[in-house]
Design a protein around this ligand. Structure first.
Ligand code: FAD
Length: 508
């Protein structure tokens, strides 16, 4: 029997002494990892530490991200411009779609086994639409649709250049629009996800399990290597008491807080890594008539040097139990790594002798990106309305207000002989002993969080998947974890598993 202190409830302060696993952060990544591990190996003792007073208050919180279940359906950034032969490469969109299906499979298992509340509390169906204007883009979308709809994942995708049809799909997009060529694709089966609600529900379930503890208002301040794991230094922010807890495995799922913690751990794998924060902002519509008229997520093409994750979109969302309309994100200049508990000194303090040159070279080689961020940071409401009008030409400023969204800390990596790269994807850093894994980067993020943490399990807990019985348990949770649904031969299997998943998540 392990020693436990504290209590669960509003301000969770439960501590498990010497747990097998420490999860830092209560966002969607730690929540999925904790829930999956505990189901897979019920004997594991798991401790979660979260710096804020509540669960999932940072990037995973509903208002801090776009809530798009990224499935490659509408995001044009996954399908680059046309090749020389006029075709569009859709491999990345197909890959993201499959990964999101695995996430959905686990969440549908969580619903059906009582680990969460009702699915409507965190996932809702919404049409995913790509919209373009101008003949070049219309031609591009047509070629993209031809390639996408040839694959069984996207067979039902519809394409049209007909204004009346687009007006039926998304009336706001055509209201007051000039007579330039326009086109759109639409596919049902898209989703809006509140990753914050889902993470909180999974962690509340975890906290109620034997030998598991979730302590909020507790900041991890240090990580010291031991013979077979880590000593984790944790500060109770209510009392300022610092305590040390030993564990065999640490998952740094601290979002923007991951890089500073990795740097404290001193593992060789983080040498040369840097982080570059990009804040987000939304325009929120307060006019219920407009909210009622728009029932889709509408994505377009990137503007200028906008990084892929700052491509704005017009989104119907379900937040705090009601339908709302958001446009954005706009990129915002910040030096904080966390929205709620970040400090202006986060960026300067993350600059170390081993990453200084990489950061400098990145700055020199990414001047258009820096110019873009400065321009975004200094724009007025009129500038933002001009971008909104690309999607909704009749938009009026008094229907909209600006709010802050979450912060994404882009991982910056040294590359051999090159200037280094701003890595827009997600990067999992693991030490050779496999006693610590950390997640850096942001996109496509929460949507593919289940396959990401599954990779952490495969890599760091291979013994858990060695037995037939545990592989069978995993198959129950993620039926296609060891299958390739992309293959044409698996089209029927894909349909069968998807139907069950969608039924459990009430997405049908
Ligand atoms: C503007 C914007 C739009 C986005 N849109 C989408 C989208 O549409 N679809 C999608 O799939 N993804 C989207 N993302 C990405 C997605 O939000 C993230 O990938 C995901 O939420 C990351 O989850 P996480 O658990 O890693 O981090 P977080 O949710 O940030 O959780 C990290 C937690 O760690 C805690 N923490 C930090 N430091 C410490 C410490 N020292 N000790 C204890 N706790 C600590 C933090 O308080 C926080 O609660 C978007 C992100 C942004 C910013």
């Amino acid at each position: 029997m392990r020693h436990t202190t504290g209590q669960t409830g509003g301000d969770r302060r439960t501590h498990i002494e010497n747990p097998d696993v420490v999860l830092i952060g209560s966002g969607i990544m730690s929540a999925n990892l904790g829930a999956l591990l505990k189901r897979l190996a019920p004997h594991l003792a798991i401790q979660v530490y979260e710096v804020t007073e509540g669960l999932a208050q940072e990037s995973s919180h509903g208002w801090n991200n776009a809530g798009t279940g990224h499935a490659g359906i509408c995001e044009l950034s996954y399908t680059p411009n046309r090749e020389a032969d006029g075709t569009v490469n859709v491999a990345k969109a197909i890959g993201i779609f499959e990964q999101f299906e695995q996430s959905k499979q686990f969440w549908s298992y969580a619903v059906s086994s009582g680990m969460t509340g009702r699915p409507k509390e965190f996932i809702n169906p919404v049409q995913h639409i790509s919209f373009v204007h101008g003949q070049d883009q219309v031609d591009f979308l047509k070629a993209r649709h031809a390639a996408m709809s040839a694959h069984h994942f996207f067979r039902e995708m519809q394409y049209t250049t007909d204004r009346a049809t687009i007006g039926e799909w998304v009336p706001l997009v055509v209201e007051g629009r000039d007579p330039v060529p326009i086109a759109a694709t639409k596919m049902d089966g898209g989703t809006d996800v509140n990753f914050g609600v889902l993470a909180s529900q999974l962690l509340t379930w975890l906290a109620a399990q034997k030998d598991c503890g979730v302590a909020t208002h507790h900041k991890v301040i240090d990580l010291k290597k031991t013979g077979n794991g880590w000593r984790v230094g944790v500060k109770n922010l209510a009392t300022n008491e610092v305590r040390w807890n030993e564990t065999k495995f640490v998952f740094v799922g601290a979002g923007g807080g991951s890089l500073p913690l990795l740097q404290r751990s001193g593992i060789a794998e983080c040498k040369g890594l840097g982080g570059f924060p990009i804040g987000g902002q939304w325009l929120v519509c307060d006019n219920p008539e407009l909210v009622k008229k728009h029932h889709a997520k509408v994505y377009g093409q990137a503007l200028d040097a906008a990084p892929t994750m700052a491509v704005p979109h017009l989104d119907s969302r379900i937040l705090d139990g009601k339908r709302t309309l958001l446009f954005g994100p706009f990129a915002a200049w910040t030096t904080k790594f966390l929205h709620r508990k970040g400090r202006w000194s986060d960026l300067p303090r993350s600059i170390k002798p081993d990453n200084f040159t990489t950061l400098l070279k990145i700055a020199i080689h990414n001047l258009p990106l820096i110019r873009y961020l400065v321009q975004q940071g200094t724009q007025s409401m009129a500038d933002r309305m001009a971008v909104l009008k690309i999607f909704y030409p009749a938009a009026r400023a008094d229907d909209w207000r600006l709010i802050d969204a979450g912060i994404r800390v882009q991982a910056i990596k040294k590359t051999d002989g090159e200037a280094g790269i701003v890595h827009y994807g997600t990067e999992v850093i693991t030490n050779p002993e496999r006693t610590i894994s950390a997640l850096l980067g942001a996109s496509p993020g929460a949507s593919v969080s289940v396959p990401i943490v599954l990779d952490v399990i495969k890599n760091c807990f291979p013994e858990l998947l060695a037995k037939d019985s545990s592989r069978a348990r995993l198959k129950e949770m993620i039926p296609t974890w060891d299958e390739d649904l992309k293959l044409p031969a698996n089209a029927a299997r894909f349909q069968a598993v998807r139907s069950l998943t969608n039924e459990r998540l009430q997405l049908s």
